[in-house]
Design a protein around this ligand. Structure first.
Ligand code: XMP
Length: 326
């Protein structure tokens, strides 16, 4: 009999047993998983937790501000923001293979944490209290799809499971490892996190890096951010957020098509809308969003986002498609 209160009490006990009086670091991604994982650990060990938010430059519009303002205001956790935008862009230069992108982002993510750890350890050196633990918001489906479950083949290496380097210096704390997304949301509500964070749609750790089909560049990120912001704004305005599990917006940077815009011919990139309905992300169906909504979003994107002259709708279920394109 599943009960969020029981799970919290049980996890708090386990976390305390694992961490003891040690210091622990938690990366906040802006998503519900890391927010709930951090809130659980904060409940268990309080000020022993330091949260780090890495701005890897693959975030959507406004996400950094949401973590720095809303989450900190609601939890009171100590937060350090690391600006690693340059580092990730450099590491991703010239890379187009999806698995390679995921591995690079996962690796740089951990290394950025190691650098942040070194700084924080130095800061806490006077107290003789090094950081030995790292919280990860790994969910059960992540574990299964990365081959950590019962005999399932590796489908995609999730950056918080398969992409970890061998020389990892932290002991992992994974309080959500046995849970599905809806259970994580229930726990977040029980912990008193604001609805705006708890009801938030999932967003992958590798961020917009795996929503650009082709090489990741700053210019392409700006294009995708603009299109994604339109989609999210219009979903909320139409009251459709609760109708979908998530809606990845994908830029086909290596594809161009001919169009006619304004005073003549255009030769731009397509944007893919991938609205999906799901219970746990293990399977999904494409969401039948209203035609009027689709028309409005298509018009806005092609009118407002430079370099995009076509909007297409992904009507593939999972399986055979995955939710993300890479
Ligand atoms: P797929 O594309 O495998 O996605 O159908 C299933 C769910 O997982 C999210 N996703 C990720 N989340 N790190 C994450 O934390 C990742 O590397 C990652 N890849 C996919 C995806 O958004 C969907 O909700």
């Amino acid at each position: 009999d599943w009960n969020s209160g029981n799970v919290i009490a049980d996890q708090v006990e386990r976390i305390r047993a694992q961490i003891g009086s040690g210091r622990v670091l938690c990366g906040l991604s802006g998503g519900v998983d890391s927010a709930v994982a951090a809130a659980l650990v904060h409940k268990a060990v309080g000020d022993q937790l330091v949260c780090v938010f890495v701005d890897h430059g693959l975030l959507r519009a406004g996400e950094r501000e949401q973590v720095e303002k809303d989450y900190v205001a609601s939890t009171g956790v100590r937060l350090v923001t690391v600006d690693a935008r340059e580092r990730f862009l450099t590491a991703l230069a010239g890379v187009t293979d999806p698995e390679q992108k995921r591995k690079i982002i996962g690796r740089e993510f951990i290394r950025t944490f190691e650098a942040a750890q070194a700084e924080l350890v130095a800061e806490f050196a006077a107290e003789g209290d090094p950081i030995r633990f790292l919280v990860q918001g790994t969910l059960y489906p992540d574990v299964v799809e990365s081959g950590g479950g019962s005999g399932t083949a590796n489908i995609k290496s999730h950056h918080n499971v398969g992409g970890l380097p061998e020389d990892l210096q932290f002991e992992l704390v994974e309080p959500l490892r046995t849970l599905f997304k809806d259970e994580v949301r229930a726990i977040g509500r029980e912990l008193g996190l604001p609805e705006e964070i708890v009801a938030r749609h999932p967003f992958p750790g590798p961020g917009l890096g795996i929503r650009i089909v082709g090489e990741v560049t700053e210019e392409r990120l700006e294009t995708l951010r603009a299109a994604d912001l339109i989609v999210r704004t219009e979903l909320t305005a139409a009251g459709l957020d609760a109708e979908i599990w998530q809606c990845p917006v994908v830029l086909l940077a290596d594809v161009r098509s001919v169009g006619v815009q304004g005073d003549g011919r255009s030769y731009g990139h397509p944007i893919v809308l991938r609205p999906v309905s799901s219970e746990d992300a293990m399977t999904a169906d494409w969401t039948r969003l209203p035609y009027e909504w689709l028309a409005r979003v298509s018009n806005r994107i092609t009118n407002e986002v430079a370099g995009v002259n076509r909007v297409v709708l992904d009507v593939t279920s999972k399986p055979p498609g995955t939710i993300e394109w890479e």
